[in-house]
Design a binder for this molecule. Structure first.
Ligand code: SF4
Length: 402
């Protein structure tokens, strides 16, 4: 069977940011890796400027979408549907908007794909596709295959690649979808990661995202992982929490492994906002000290900051700018807090009648899509743009590490 995997993108700034910072998108690569060899695969990742080919010779078209890309995915699904092809939709937006997505597909794939993917393919071939597929268990990461490098090559990602370390997150921050999408926090065997990295090194990949939403949560695992990565002499970055700064052993091991940068969700200097978002483990008053400790190990700190929490008034932009200058974060990544459907925050805002639009194209990080509590939508938009302007050059600076 001929299968065409598409990561849809509407080309928003948010998609571009994800593409610049994250390497290959997880979903199309995970599904392609789980596909038995007897099938012919083609893939397109629109987040890096590729365009889906509407003349593609495929029996099955599988489209993954995030919320701001939903309409692009539906446009593609409709075009292929009209040609008589079998359409399957997956990705974050599909999981949390199943009734909507079902209008454009023969089947939906919900959550992690590997446990049921072979069954989907068998059902397509036998003409017995079911409307929805969902795994009852989290995927055993010892069973996943390395992501393919021979369909979309690492050169198309500027030799930046992404290797799965874990899935899920043990925390449950209200605005976040990670813990809603994955049922549990699971870790991949270290030997499999090392084998995949050795192969990537032969292809010229030197800059790798250790793909995890919480790279150092399990200290014993992280110590073993870092020890195994050190001999590879590659450069890595990854996402974790600021709690890494409390552990000198971990930082020493990370430095020896080649970890060059960590992305930390610092979010906001507002203690009240952090508490209400169930992220009180971030302590603004400790950040300056923690960041200095991390930087002492030659690891850059990239800070994610969010704006628009109910505790924010319109002085939060200047306050945050003063805060990032004071704590000396290496790169500032400011965002609107986007209440993605499926998140606790979206449910709360919707219940309170404060969601201003369900035009998903606007959930792209460039628009205020809900009514903030203590400022106007214009104040929120102008404030975020102002912080962006104060911290320009983030994406450009990333390049020096390539
Ligand atoms: S924001 Fe970060 S720490 Fe919180 S649940 Fe999401 S991934 Fe985990």
């Amino acid at each position: 069977m001929k299968i065409y995997f598409i990561k849809a993108s509407a080309g928003s700034d948010y998609s571009k940011y994800k593409a610049e910072t994250g390497g290959p998108p997880q979903n199309i690569f995970a599904a392609a890796a789980a596909t038995p060899k007897q099938h012919d695969i083609d893939m397109v990742d629109e987040t890096i400027g590729m365009k889906a080919d509407l003349n593609a010779d495929a029996d099955l078209v599988v489209i993954f979408m995030s919320t701001p890309d939903a309409y692009r995915a539906y446009e593609l699904a409709t075009a292929f549907y009209d040609q008589g092809k079998t359409i399957v939709l997956g990705g974050l937006h599909t999981k949390f908007n199943q009734a909507e997505a079902a209008k454009y597909a023969h089947a939906l794939i919900i959550g992690e794909v590997e446990n049921y993917w072979q069954q989907v393919l068998i059902d397509v071939e036998q003409g017995e596709l079911k409307p929805r597929y969902k795994s009852k268990e989290p995927v055993d990461l010892s069973q996943i295959q390395p992501y393919p490098t021979d369909i979309i090559s690492p050169s198309q990602y500027d030799y930046t690649w992404s290797v799965v370390i874990s899935r899920g997150c043990p925390f449950k921050c209200s605005f976040c979808l990670v813990h809603e999408f994955f049922d549990s926090f699971t870790l991949r065997p270290i030997a499999d990661i090392v084998a995949e990295l050795k192969h990537l090194k032969t292809l010229g990949v030197a800059w790798v995202e250790l793909h995890s939403d919480n790279l150092t949560h399990n200290k014993a695992y992280a110590m073993d992982l870092f020890a195994a990565l050190a001999p590879l002499k590659m450069k890595f970055y990854g996402e974790t929490t600021v709690l890494i700064a409390r552990d000198e052993d971990l930082l020493v091991a990370a430095q020896k492994a080649g970890l060059k940068a960590v992305l930390l969700g610092i979010e906001t200097p507002s203690v009240d906002a952090l508490k209400s978002q169930k992220k009180a483990f971030v302590k603004p008053e400790k950040m300056k000290e923690y960041i200095r400790i991390i930087q002492k190990h030659d690891i850059e700190v990239w800070g994610d900051f969010l704006f628009g929490f109910d505790e924010h008034t319109n002085d939060i932009f200047q306050q945050t700018q003063a805060f990032v200058t004071d704590i000396k974060v290496d790169k500032v990544v400011p965002h609107f807090m986007i209440p993605f459907p499926g998140s606790e925050t979206f449910k709360k805002l919707d219940t309170e009648g404060r969601i201003l639009t369900k035009d998903w194209a606007k959930y792209d990080g460039s628009h205020a899509v809900y009514q903030p509590k203590h400022m106007s939508t214009t104040e929120l938009e102008e404030g975020v743009y102002w912080v962006w302007e104060q911290n320009t050059g983030f994406l450009e600076k990333l390049k020096y590490l390539f």
